[in-house]
Each structure stands twice: as structure tokens, then as C-alpha cells.
Design a protein around this ligand. Structure first.
Ligand code: ADP
Ligand code: ADP
Length: 219
């Protein structure tokens, strides 16, 4: 589903964020990406969704060779990927419902179909009763669940998360991980960047470890 072939990334200032990274994540797999701050985790995720381009090497996502994709292909690629951020990036000027609706509006879903999908997504994160609320009125754990609902509302084949539990205590973090496990169980390929070693160990999944841009270990 995701394949990196000798991928390097050098930012404009000349800093090597990734160096000759190789790995394959199979369809339906769930894995963690770890390493210290600055190791290259965010860069690796950004390359998968074409928020950045590699300086060298090839990346394949599903059937797509990303090098072959132009600017106009990016929206189509993004439809197959859901992304969860640490600070969830919810919009506080609108309801929970409208936050989750946003990606479907952008993709041009019919209103009825979109509303049904928003409620299905809310149901999956256990927050169906909160659709009319402002995200501001929710706890940080609930806000992150809304961020996850927004990421999966278009049923992406791939779910990426960048430090999704960075602001949460261990109990809430474990609950968020259960949600990712649940989406993985129904076939979604999941890649989660985290530096929370204890949490990652508790999951017993494959771990990709980056150190200064190099993939140190895989397993
Ligand atoms: P992590 O997510 O593991 O903390 P990042 O991928 O954010 O690592 O960063 C890897 C390296 O690339 C760091 O040294 C960082 O400073 C550098 N970097 C990240 N983004 C940029 C950018 N847009 N321009 C220049 N350097 C960057
Ligand atoms: P529909 O939109 O057809 O009513 P649902 O939203 O009820 O479908 O989901 C149908 C099934 O697909 C559920 O069992 C759901 O868990 C599963 N599913 C498959 N892929 C995903 C995904 N990426 N995110 C959420 N659910 C998914």
C-alpha cells in the first residue's frame, strides 16, 4: 500500500531530513513510526500525502507512483488518505458536525449523503450525541476523537497520524489507540508517528524507527 524506495528529502536550507529510506507497508497493516524530535517523522508523513516532494527516490501509495503525479492529481490522492494531527486543527467557529462535514463538502458530496456519512463517522468515535456542540465545549480527548472522525469520514484506505496523543494523558491515549485499532480491523492501513515509547510497546505492532533521517530499525 505504501512503499518507499531509496527516499531522501533535503529541505531548501540544505538539511537532510530523510536519508535513503526504504520500507513497505502492506495493505491492512498497522505500524508505528518513532524517533526523537527532528528525526524525520513528520517529513515522512508529508511525503506520503504530497505535502512535500522527495529529493530522491520513489514513493508508491496504492497504485500511484507519487513522482508521476502532478499538482492537479493531489486532491485525488488525498481522498484515499485520512490525516490526524496532534493539535487536531478543528475550527472553533462551527459545530462538531460542520467540522466533520468540511472534507465532504470540498469533495462535492450531496448534502444528504454527506450528513449520513458525518453521523456514521461520529458514531464510530462514540460521539454521536455531540454533533451540535462547539468543539470548544469538548474535552481534549473528545476533540481528538472529532479530529479522527474528520479524518475517516470519507473512508480513506490509509490513515496517517502525526503525534495523535501528544496532548493526552495515558488513559485517553490508550482509548485513541483503540480507535485506530478499530479502523485497522476493518481494513484501513494505519501509520502513526509517535515518540511515546511506552504507548507504542503496549500496542505490540511493527515499529519503524528513524534516527537523524535514517531508518534505523524495522520490527
Ligand atoms: P520529526 O517529525 O521527527 O520531529 P521533522 O520531519 O519535523 O521531524 O524534521 C526533520 C528535520 O527536518 C528537522 O531537522 C527539521 O528541522 C527539518 N525540517 C522540517 N521541516 C522543514 C522545513 N520546512 N524546512 C527546513 N527544514 C525542515
Ligand atoms: P455506509 O456509508 O455505506 O453506510 P458505513 O459508514 O456504515 O457505510 O460503514 C460501513 C462499514 O465500513 C463499517 O463496518 C465500517 O466500520 C467500515 N469501514 C471500512 N473502512 C472504513 C474506514 N476507513 N473508516 C471507517 N469505517 C470503515
Amino acid at each position: 500500500m505504501i512503499q518507499f524506495n531509496h527516499v531522501s528529502k533535503r529541505y531548501a536550507q540544505g538539511h537532510d531530513a530523510l536519508k535513503d529510506v526504504n520500507f513497505t507497508l502492506a495493505t491492512g497493516e498497522m505500524a508505528f513510526l518513532t524517533g526523537h524530535s527532528g528525526a524525520g517523522k513528520s517529513t515522512l508523513l508529508k511525503l506520503i500525502m504530497l505535502m512535500e516532494r522527495p529529493s530522491a527516490g520513489q514513493i508508491q501509495v496504492g497504485e500511484q507512483q507519487l513522482n508521476a503525479l502532478g499538482r492537479r492529481d493531489i486532491p485525488y490522492l488525498r481522498r484515499s488518505i485520512g490525516v490526524v494531527f496532534q493539535n487536531h486543527q478543528l475550527l472553533f467557529d462551527r459545530s462538531v458536525f460542520d467540522n466533520i462535514l468540511l472534507p465532504l463538502q470540498i469533495s462535492g458530496f450531496a448534502p444528504d449523503d454527506a450528513a449520513r456519512r458525518v453521523r456514521a463517522a461520529l458514531d464510530k468515535v462514540g460521539l454521536l450525541t455531540k454533533e451540535k456542540m462547539s468543539p470548544l465545549a469538548l474535552s481534549s480527548g473528545e476533540q481528538q476523537r472529532i479530529g479522527i472522525a474528520r479524518a475517516i469520514v470519507h473512508k480513506p484506505k490509509i490513515l496517517l497520524a502525526d503525534e495523535p496523543t501528544g496532548n493526552l494523558d495515558p488513559q485517553l491515549s490508550a482509548e485513541i489507540m483503540q480507535l485506530f485499532t478499530q479502523f485497522n480491523r476493518v481494513g484501513t492501513t494505519v501509520l502513526i508517528a509517535s515518540h511515546d515509547i511506552a504507548l507504542i510497546r503496549s500496542m505490540g505492532r511493527r515499529v519503524l524507527t528513524l534516527q537523524s533521517g535514517r531508518l534505523l530499525s524495522d520490527g
